[in-house]
Ligand binder design. Structure first.
Ligand SMILES: Cc1ncc(COP(=O)(O)O)c(C=O)c1O
Length: 469
């Protein structure tokens, strides 16, 4: 069956399914969603039911049970509503199933990826020698960046132990990457942060000095440009200077904050980024791409050397010399989707200005949310927003604030009314709004904040009735 014939009934089923929800998330207990998926029937029947029916049935149930990131009350995670042009471009990538591990599976995808990498490198801004690769996201960018950094350090380490530094607020994938890469999580020093949750440069200096005393080699410093909760941006120029002094590789996890590069107003927040050896950016966050749309950039193409491989069935030297270049040697993966196509289409469609406007709008929404939260006596914001998130707490009249905040978030989920974030900062449970829908209106945001307050008040009342619950 042709794509066009399948698309119309599928989109209708998605529409019908979405209408079964009254809000951004299906109301009720979580098990109900799994029940509705099972109710569709056996996933592997002896005899198939046909493409259109399978699509329509599952697309409807999927849409009904999905969380809609485009809904204004969906504000928990870095879970962006994808742009329609990007979704359609992703379909084209799927149609050809291009795979970036060899030229003969992906001639145009290879060329498109090179252009996307160049465009993103220009934003950093990196010079002509820079290179990059599309990744599955921040996790893979951190893993790959750390792999390159550690391989680089091993050349001069002798028998010294390698040490990694990041802030206590760095993404958990940094520590786990150290485990995966065999140096061990215990060789990651988590450096203290300042009052605004940014890495403290003097604490970093101290930690490096201590590592040297132990005879270790400071191999890599991972700065975060946009922590997952607060969007805090580590002081990149100071960290770059420390890395240069220590001879350490600097990797910047800009999975969240990298999107600010599109905005001429916010880009200065990332000054110093170009001094990093490698940078990870995620366009499925502040870039409105369907997952996955990560980009890992390196200052100098030669830094990819440890990933280079010759595979007789993929990228022989004579083919490469004849111009059939493959991107196999830039990734930890072999088969790799043409994720660059949707990014290329989006960037051309909106331009830097259009992308910057979306970023600015989300930033403005976060400030508006902060204002709305600040004037509510029962809400307490943690600190003003940096990017597009705001972290706060509900202040209960009685009861344990951590429990009340956790419960009120679940009650909004159960009612199908809102998806808001929950995290822990300064040892206490906090709530979070991550605003990634640039089209959210002031009225919708006001309603969301009011819903949070109401859910908290309901918990207060429930506590009076049943304090043991
Ligand atoms: C700062 C930061 N780094 C890395 C990641 C991981 O990114 P991904 O989920 O795309 O692998 C996240 C995810 O939110 C993040 O916020």
């Amino acid at each position: 069956m042709h794509l066009l014939e399948l698309l119309a009934p599928t989109l209708k089923a998605v529409h019908d399914g979405a209408r079964e929800r009254s809000g951004p998330v299906p109301a009720g207990e979580p098990g109900a969603v799994a029940d509705s998926v099972r109710a569709v029937g056996e996933i592997l029947p002896e005899h198939g039911i046909g493409g259109e029916q399978a699509l329509v049935e599952l697309a409807r149930v999927f849409a009904a049970g999905a969380v809609d990131p485009a809904h204004p009350a969906c504000a928990a995670h870095l879970h962006a509503p994808p742009l329609a042009v990007a979704v359609v471009a992703d379909l084209v990538a799927s149609m050809f199933n291009s795979s970036l591990d060899s030229w003969d599976q992906a001639p145009s995808a290879t060329a498109v990826e090179a252009e996307v990498v160049r465009a993103m490198a220009d934003l950093v801004p990196y010079g002509d020698g820079a290179s990059g690769v599309l990744t599955s996201g921040g996790t893979e960018s951190n893993l790959t960046g750390m792999f390159l950094a550690l391989e680089h350090a091993r050349r001069t380490a002798g028998n010294r132990t390698l040490r990694v530094f990041c802030s206590v607020e760095a993404h958990f994938s940094v520590g786990r990457s150290a485990g995966v890469l065999g140096i061990g999580e215990e060789f990651v020093t988590t450096v203290e942060v300042d009052a605004e949750h940014r890495m403290d440069p003097s604490a970093l200096r101290g930690a490096i000095a201590e590592a040297r005393v132990r005879g270790e080699l400071p191999a890599v410093i991972i700065a975060t440009a946009g922590t997952s909760d607060l969007g805090a941006i580590d002081p990149l120029p100071e960290i770059a200077a420390i890395a240069e002094e220590a001879g350490a590789w600097m990797h910047v996890d800009a999975a969240y904050g990298g999107g600010a590069l599109f905005s001429r107003r916010l880009a200065p927040l990332l000054d110093g980024l170009s001094r990093a050896d490698s940078v990870g950016l995620d366009l499925h966050k502040l870039g409105w791409q369907p997952v996955a749309a990560g980009v890992l950039l390196v200052r100098d193409a030669a830094l990819f050397a440890p990933l280079a491989r010759r595979a007789a069935y993929l990228n022989t030297e004579d083919d490469e010399q004849a111009g059939y270049t493959s991107l196999l040697g830039r990734s930890l993966r072999t088969t790799r989707r043409a994720d660059a196509l949707k990014i290329a289409v989006t960037l051309r469609a909106l331009g830097r200005h259009g992308m910057g406007q979306l970023v600015d709008r989300c930033h403005a929404l976060a400030w508006r949310a902060w204002e709305l939260i600040s004037v509510q006596t029962r809400l307490e914001p943690l600190q003003p927003p940096v990017l597009s998130s705001v972290v706060f707490r509900y202040l209960p009249i009685h009861g344990n604030p951590d429990l009340v905040n956790a419960r009120l978030r679940r009650s909004l989920l159960r009612a199908g009314r809102a998806v808001i974030g929950r995290t822990e900062l300064d040892g206490r449970v906090h709530l979070k709004l991550t605003l990634l829908n640039p089209h959210t209106t002031d009225a919708e945001l006001t309603r969301l904040v009011a819903d949070v307050v109401r859910a908290g008040q309901d918990e207060d009342r429930a506590d009076v009735v049943d304090p043991e619950d």
